[in-house]
Design a protein around this ligand. Structure first.
Ligand code: XUL
Ligand code: CO
Length: 454
C-alpha cells in the first residue's frame, strides 16, 4: 500500500460494526456481505471523484482555498504537481477500499499554452493514472471533459453561438473519450456545464437545441467508431452555473433524446442534489429513469433544504436514500454505473483526514440504505400493495382499454348501461409510510458488534 499523503491512516479502513468507537472504521459497509445474493461492493460500485476531493482546495466565491493539499500549492511544476495529486488520490482510494474513481480532463491534467500542449499534458497524465490503476486495482467508473471552466466556454460549449467553440469542445470530448477507453472506463459522462442561458434576450433556443443534438450525435458516432463499450451518460441539472440549464431533469433529457432519435445511445447519470434543485426528489428522478429504461449511474450527494444551490454535501440520510435504492433494486440495480461521490467537504474541514470521515459516512449511509431497500424488496409489501392497486387493469375493461379495443363511444355506452360504477379506494399513503419506517427502524438487520457478519 502506497504511503505518503495519508500517513495517519496506516492501512485499509476496516469494518468495525455499529459498536466500534473508532471513527476510521466502517460501521455498516462490508464489501463481501451478500445482499439479495450479490456482494455489497457489486451493488454499490462506489467511486471517489477527483474534482472535489483532490483538485479543489476549498475555494468559494468569497474566499480562497483552506484545505491542506500540498499537491495544489502554487509554484509547483504543473506536471509534477499533477503526478503528486494522482499519487495522493490513489493512496486514498486504496486505503478507503473503493473500487472506482471518476475524473474530468482538467482535474488530472492542466490546460497547456495551446491545444497540442493540452493534449500532451492529458496523455501524460492518463498514462500515469493507468500505472496507478494497475498498481492498486482501482478502476475508472467514468471520465468526462470539463467544458465549463475555461473562459472560451462562458456562452456554452455545444450550444455556443460560435461554431469554433463547438469544434473545440468536440475535440476535447474526443480526447477524453479516447482516454476513457484507454483506461477501460465503464462509462463516459456528459454534464452540460454551461449548456443553457443566462438571458433569453440573446438566446436562440431552437438553434441551440439543434447544436446540442448534433454534438451528442457526434459523440455517439465516435464511441462506436473507437469501439468503446461503456455507456454514454447525460447528467441532468436545472440551473447553476446558468440560470436555465437545458438538461433540466431526467424527463426533460429523456424527451430531448427521443426528439432527436438518441434515446438508445444515452442513459442518465442522476445526481441527488441536482434532483432536489429541479424541484423533484432524488427518489422521483431514480424512479423516472428506471421506469423509462434510462438509468445509467448515480452521483451521490445531498443538498441543504435551506439553500437553493448545489451544496454537494456527503449523503447522510438513510430515510431518503432507502427509497431511491428501493426503486433501483426493483429496476434490477446498477449494471455499468455506480455511486460516485460527487460531494465535497465543507470549507472548514481542512484536514486531509476529513476526506476519510466524509467518505466513510457516505459509504455507510449507502450501505445501510441498501440493506433497508433489500429488506423492502424481500418483504414485497410495497410491491404487493402497488400491484393490488392496479389489479383492475388486468380485467376485461382494463385490457380492452389498453389494447385499443374500445372507443370513447363504447366507454360511454358501458357507462350508460350502468355497468361501470367506480368507488373511491384508499391510497394508503400513511400506512405505506409506516411500513417503510418499520423497515428503516428494524433492528435485526444491524450487525450488533464489531464482528463481521460473514
Ligand atoms: C456539477 C456536476 C459535475 C458533473 C461532472 O454540478 O455534478 O461535477 O458530475 O461534470
Ligand atoms: Co455530478
Amino acid at each position: 500500500m502506497t504511503q505518503g499523503f495519508f500517513s495517519e491512516v496506516a492501512a485499509r479502513i476496516p469494518f468495525g460494526g455499529l459498536g466500534s468507537r473508532d471513527p476510521l472504521t466502517y460501521k455498516v459497509y462490508q464489501p463481501d456481505r451478500l445482499v439479495l445474493g450479490k456482494r455489497m461492493e457489486d451493488h454499490l460500485r462506489i467511486a471517489v471523484c477527483m474534482w472535489h476531493s483532490f483538485a479543489s482546495a476549498g475555494e468559494d466565491m468569497f474566499g480562497s482555498g483552506t484545505f491542506d493539499r500540498p499537491w495544489l500549492e502554487s509554484g509547483l511544476d504543473p506536471l509534477a504537481a499533477g503526478r503528486a495529486k494522482l499519487d495522493a488520490a490513489f493512496e486514498f482510494f486504496d486505503k478507503l477500499g473503493v473500487p472506482y474513481f471518476c475524473f474530468h480532463d482538467r482535474d488530472i491534467a492542466p490546460e497547456g499554452r495551446n491545444f497540442a500542449e493540452t493534449k500532451a499534458h492529458l496523455e501524460a497524465m492518463v498514462d500515469y493514472a493507468g500505472e496507478r490503476m494497475a498498481q492498486t486495482g482501482v478502476k475508472l467508473l467514468w471520465g468526462t471533459a470539463n467544458l465549463f471552466g475555461h473562459p472560451r466556454f462562458a456562452a456554452g460549449a455545444a450550444t455556443n453561438p460560435d461554431p469554433e467553440v463547438f469544434a473545440y469542445a468536440a475535440a476535447q470530448v474526443k480526447l477524453v473519450l479516447d482516454a476513457t477507453k484507454r483506461l477501460d472506463g465503464a462509462n463516459y459522462v456528459l454534464w452540460g456545464g454551461r449548456e443553457g442561458y443566462d438571458t433569453l434576450l440573446n438566446t436562440d433556443l431552437a438553434r441551440e437545441e439543434t447544436q446540442l443534438a448534433r454534438f451528442l450525435s457526434l459523440v455517439a458516432e465516435h464511441k462506436h467508431r473507437i469501439g468503446f463499450k461503456g455507456l454514454l451518460l447525460i447528467e441532468p441539472k436545472p440551473h447553476e452555473p446558468t440560470k436555465h440549464q437545458y438538461d433540466h431533469d431526467a424527463a426533460i433529457v429523456h424527451g430531448f433524446l427521443v426528439r432527436h432519435g438518441l434515446e438508445d445511445e444515452f442513459r442518465l447519470n442522476i445526481e441527488a442534489n441536482h434532483a432536489t434543485l429541479s424541484g423533484h426528489s432524488f427518489h422521483h428522478e431514480i424512479a423516472y429513469a428506471v421506469a423509462n429504461g434510462m438509468l445509467g449511474s448515480i452521483d451521490a450527494n445531498r443538498g441543504d433544504y435551506q439553500n437553493g444551490w448545489d451544496t454537494d454535501q456527503f449523503p447522510n440520510s438513510v430515510d431518503e436514500l432507502a427509497l431511491a435504492m428501493y426503486e433501483l433494486l426493483q429496476g434490477g440495480g446498477l449494471t455499468s454505473g455506480g455511486f460516485n461521490f460527487d460531494a465535497k467537504l465543507r470549507r472548514q474541514s481542512v484536514a486531509r483526514t476529513d476526506l476519510f470521515h466524509a467518505h466513510i459516512g457516505g459509504i455507510d449511509t449507502l450501505a445501510q440504505a441498501l440493506l433497508v431497500a433489500a429488506d423492502m424488496v424481500e418483504l414485497g409489501t410495497l410491491k404487493r400493495l402497488r400491484e393490488e392497486r392496479y389489479a383492475g387493469w388486468a380485467g376485461e375493461l382494463g385490457t380492452a382499454i389498453l389494447s385499443g379495443g374500445v372507443t370513447l363511444e363504447e366507454l360511454e355506452r358501458r357507462l350508460a348501461k350502468g355497468k361501470i360504477d367506480p368507488k373511491p379506494v384508499s391510497g394508503g399513503q400513511e400506512l405505506l409510510e409506516n411500513l417503510v419506517n418499520q423497515q428503516i427502524w428494524a433492528a435485526d438487520r444491524r450487525p450488533a458488534s464489531g464482528k463481521s457478519a460473514d
